[in-house]
Design a protein around this ligand. Structure first.
Ligand code: COS
Length: 385
């Protein structure tokens, strides 16, 4: 389908496609097996300027938007959904600064992120605050010119490898979601340590760990926005980052599909290629149709966000729901088309299936996305929209 991408967007897409084929695909299985963070690949991604794409030019970025981030994430994820997350996770960690940071914070942090010399991580989730993000227990107490943070964040993407952590903590627990505030915590801050490294089912090349604050002392200047705005900053961040998860899911689905079509053409049973059987053809047709439906919704949502539309929480959630669910179905069917070989680690499709699962879970489970969509639908109906 022709999405009428600009010359520049086509160039980024092509660059990312070639990079994914040449620099990610050959090492994806090895990083997955070792569950190791792919520093050499990430350094190469930085040299390709992928981290600059979505950062405004005044902060040493290339001035692209969500569309450019989506295009590149999709391409990288075709080769490895885990490795692509170094980029998408950094965008997630940087969004609170981009959305609500002051100019000084933007000038200090965004150029470093743009260069890829530092990665970012977003710290919202806690052991007792997953879907119920308002239940965070991490606190931030103002003492003179510093905030003192205490608490534990877990399942943090880029945890332990990021230079900057954007953290949601409560400055006034009595006020619930209205008492939450957002902060920037730098690597090496006093009282910042990293806990358990997670041993995951998929996206194993991505670093995921606990981030622990024990009387962690940070300058008062690291408060993002005002005290009490943290929950709103977190929600706006997620509205903006969910298309990135959808792009990751789309890339994973497309990658698995491409393998499945090639395999169906070359695998012979009963004296003919299995692609000649209608049972396989119908599976391929459904997979291709669903993938294209995701792409159409996602690119249009990205364009809507980049055009300056204010309220895109509904569309953003729709992208993530559809893309995550499609990625799970497509990758499962890709394994099915490969048959017994598909179940073996020697073949690439089981990894896609493992990588796809997380896209239905993180940055808000697909059940939470449906809540978000339903709230919008019902509110719009009540207001006569
Ligand atoms: N943009 C701006 N503000 C928003 C918002 C959004 N998208 N969504 C909610 N808010 C505001 C509300 O307007 C409300 O403000 P007021 O207190 O001024 O009225 C406040 O935030 C609280 O909103 P709400 O009452 O809807 O909060 P809930 O506790 O019911 O939680 C959900 C809402 C479930 C949507 C939220 O907790 C959520 O997104 N959970 C999933 C979290 C998640 O994605 N976790 C993944 C970890 S990050 S990788």
């Amino acid at each position: 389908m022709n999405y009428f991408l600009t010359e520049e967007q086509l160039a980024y897409q092509q660059l990312a496609r070639e990079f994914a084929r040449g620099a990610i695909a050959p090492v994806a299985a090895e990083y997955d097996q070792k569950a190791e963070f792919p520093w050499p690949v990430v350094e190469e991604m930085a040299r390709m300027d992928f981290f600059r794409l979505w950062i405004p030019p005044e902060y040493e970025g290339l001035g692209g938007g969500i569309m450019e981030l989506v295009l590149v994430t999709e391409e990288l994820s075709k080769a490895c959904g885990g490795i692509s997350l170094a980029l998408a996770g950094t965008a997630l960690g940087a969004f609170p600064i981009l959305i609500s940071g002051n100019d000084e914070q933007k000038k200090k942090y965004l150029p470093v992120l743009a260069s890829g010399k530092g990665l970012a991580a977003f710290c919202l989730t806690e052991p007792e605050a997953g879907s119920d993000a308002g239940a965070i227990q991490t606190t931030a107490r103002l003492e003179g010119d510093h905030y003192i943070l205490n608490g534990t964040k877990h399942f943090i993407t880029n945890g332990g490898v990021a230079k900057y952590y954007t953290v949601i903590a409560s400055t006034d627990p009595s006020r619930g979601t209205r008492g939450a505030s957002a902060f920037i915590v730098e690597e090496g801050s006093e009282g910042l340590t990293f806990g358990k490294k997670e041993d995951k089912m998929g996206i194993r090349a991505s670093a995921t760990c606990e981030v622990v604050f024990q009387d962690c002392k940070i300058p008062r200047a690291n408060l993002i926005g005002r005290e009490g705005q943290g929950f709103m900053v977190a929600m706006k961040t997620l509205d903006k980052s969910r298309p990135g998860v959808a792009a990751q899911a789309l890339g994973i689905a497309q990658g698995a599909f491409d393998h499945a079509v090639r395999y169906a053409r070359t695998r012979h049973q009963f004296g003919q290629s299995i692609a000649s059987f209608q049972a396989i053809q119908f599976m391929l047709a459904d997979m291709a149709t669903e993938i294209e439906a995701v792409r159409a919704l996602l690119y249009n949502t990205a364009r809507m966000i980049d055009a300056g539309e204010k309220d895109f929480g509904r569309e953003s959630a729709m992208c993530k729901v559809l893309a995550g669910d499609v990625a799970m179905r497509v990758t499962t069917d890709a394994v099915q088309i490969f048959g017994g070989y598909g179940y073996m680690r020697d073949y690439p499709v089981e990894k896609y299936m493992r990588d796809a699962k997380i896209t239905q879970i993180y940055e808000g489970t697909n059940q939470i996305q449906r809540n978000v969509i339903a709230r919008h639908v019902i509110k719009d109906s009540a207001s006569g929209a």
